[in-house]
Design a protein around this ligand. Structure first.
Ligand code: SAM
Length: 287
């Protein structure tokens, strides 16, 4: 099978199957071999690895993954792509294509059955409309993960990497930094895809922590506090927490905790670091 990363080969297979792109599935297929090579290299795939690919499309990146990994599972929601994948991946016996919505797949079970419960690598050119639920789902379900190397919208990659006091800083930044070390490894322009997306893209590698960088007694509480403070970005932290329907702390309790941390009572959540959210959560949980 010829490399699909070359535009002519992609066009040929799409025409052969009379494939129609579905916008609702975020279908923008990669047509640039340099970008494909860069993703595989950044993910550090070796013949020891089990790789989960989310949304293989016509199998362009899957071919590279099959060449480099021990085993690949590619999960694709669009039924129309399954026969195409049957042809483009016919030469590989180390790949399983699963016709399923990734948000419904029990990935922890996959890691157990296919990788002895050892950390897996996730590699994908993600469907942008569900980037956050996919990433958060992977982290929060405590799937054993080594790394997640993904193409995302450039703006989302920036949000994942940003720190306190910047406009991009938010709940996603804090979650990504709690679970992993984030590094943008490439910026990718729209002309590397077919059809071209109307946003810039970036490849980001999230190297998952073996141990979280901060000590948190109640992880769920910390993330509720984080969400409460960013849901009401313009409000002070004490108001944000006080107004949150799923939290039961009054302003006095929050101010006392902030005081113990040496932080002004008028502070906004967007100014707090991950360490400070962890500390605040540990102080409030004791009450
Ligand atoms: N990997 C291919 C490439 O790079 O050329 C395709 C990437 S395209 C941006 C995203 C792919 O994810 C599409 O094939 C789309 O059908 C698939 N997809 C969209 N939503 C999905 C879901 N919920 N579960 C699994 N796959 C999904």
């Amino acid at each position: 099978m010829a490399t699909l990363g070359i535009p002519q080969n992609t066009i040929e297979i799409l025409q052969k199957y009379n494939f129609k792109f579905q916008k609702k599935f975020g279908q923008n297929f990669l047509i640039d071999t340099h970008v494909l090579e860069k993703i595989i290299e950044s993910a550090g795939i070796t013949k020891d690895d089990f790789v989960l690919e989310i949304g293989p499309g016509i199998g362009t990146m899957t071919q590279y993954l099959c060449e480099n990994a021990r085993e690949v599972m590619a999960v694709e929601i669009d039924n129309n792509l399954i026969p195409i994948l049957g042809e483009t991946l016919a030469a590989y016996d180390n790949v399983t294509v699963v016709n399923e919505d990734i948000l419904k797949l029990d990935i922890a079970k996959v890691a157990k059955e296919h990788n002895d419960n050892k950390p897996i690598k996730v590699v994908a050119n993600l469907p942008y409309y569900i980037t956050t639920p996919i990433i958060m789902g992977l982290f929060e379900s405590h799937v054993p993960l080594e790394s997640i190397t993904v193409m995302v919208q450039k703006e989302v990659a920036d949000r994942m990497q940003s720190g306190p006091g910047t406009k991009d800083y938010g709940a996603l930044s804090l979650a990504v930094q709690y679970y992993s070390k984030a590094e943008i490894v490439a910026n990718v322009p729209p002309n590397c895809f077919m059809p071209r997306p109307n946003v810039g893209s970036a490849v980001i590698r999230l190297t998952c922590h073996e141990k979280a960088p901060v000590d948190v007694d109640d992880e769920k509480l910390m993330f509720k506090l984080i969400r409460a403070s960013f849901n009401q970005r313009r409000k002070t932290l004490q108001n944000g927490i006080n107004n949150a329907p799923d939290l039961n702390f009054n302003k006095e309790q929050v101010v006392a905790a902030l005081d113990e941390m040496g932080v002004a009572p008028t502070i906004r959540g967007e100014a707090l670091t991950l360490e400070q959210f962890a500390k605040l959560s540990n102080l409030l949980v004791q009450q």
